[in-house]
Ligand binder design. Sequence first.
Ligand SMILES: [Zn+2]
Length: 349
Amino acid sequence: MTRQTQAFEIGGQAIPPGGRALVNLALPGLYTNDPVSMPAHVTHGRHEGPVVFVSAAVHGDEINGVEIIRRLLQLPLLKRLKGTLVAVPIVNVFGFHNRSRYLPDRRDLNRSFPGNEQGSLAGRLAHVFMSQIVQGVDLGIDLHTAALHRDNLPQIRADLSDPILEPLAKVFSAPVLLHSASPAGSLRGAAADLDVPVMVYEAGEALRFEEHSIQIGVRGILNVLRCLAMLPPTKRKPTRPSAVLRSSSWQRAPQSGILRAQARLGAMVAEGETLGLVADPTGERETPLSAPFDGVVIGRTHLPLVFEGEALFHVGRTGQTTLLEEHLDALNGGFDLSPPELIEELPIV
Ligand SMILES: [Zn+2]
């Protein structure tokens, strides 16, 4: 074990080995002349190890990750951290204030990376995050939920062809691990261009806290930090492996109308099985929507009023039905998923 000799520098501050600090990274202010900053909580271990960032609310209305980071930072276990953890609970501070996915300039921050110092508001915010947080980091975990009126089964999205990322994405042990390319302009894609592997955790709904999604998220991050030897190993039995999905497909509304959903989130569906029916308000013209292949519903809308072409059900292709059933039993049975080192507090209902 090698003692850390260097301070960790961020935002003009130097955090000594064994230190913890809240660093406020300056952002463009409000037009009311109020300053705005992005809070970054740094835990710089006494001993050397990797540098990992965990970020949340890149989409300002996706708040499960904010609570995941709060619980993570409460853990006494972090006193034993090797290496450095940089936790950014609210990346899109502007969207968070407005309870909105977007920035006040109506741009999507997660389509604006890597950004530019002279660019749009979104581009400048992305640039701050890239230059202050992502540069020189060994791994990132970016926490999301589904967009407004949608719900995601807890899942990791990662490029499984990346040999560094693949084992770490697996060890997170979310119910589902989806191999996927990163969208253009995303934090994940821009970080990959700098050779910083990033996995995305997607779980639950926008503007809602969902206890299981939060617990699986905290446990998953701890699993990853342990796998990197940043935290001491646990004597608990290893968590259940994820069901790996090599591909997925969104089923879109075949016509505008009113959706009567029939497939729950997490439902195992056979090819051709009806996911829901879209009809006009009188029910005269009705079109079924069916599963494109054998798989599992990993995302869905909760808003029955749909326009033609709207994404309604996200189906992941898998044959690992037994493994998935075990995960779903744990989710639906309300099992306490908390690792024992989590501080005692009542679950959010
Ligand atoms: Zn998101």
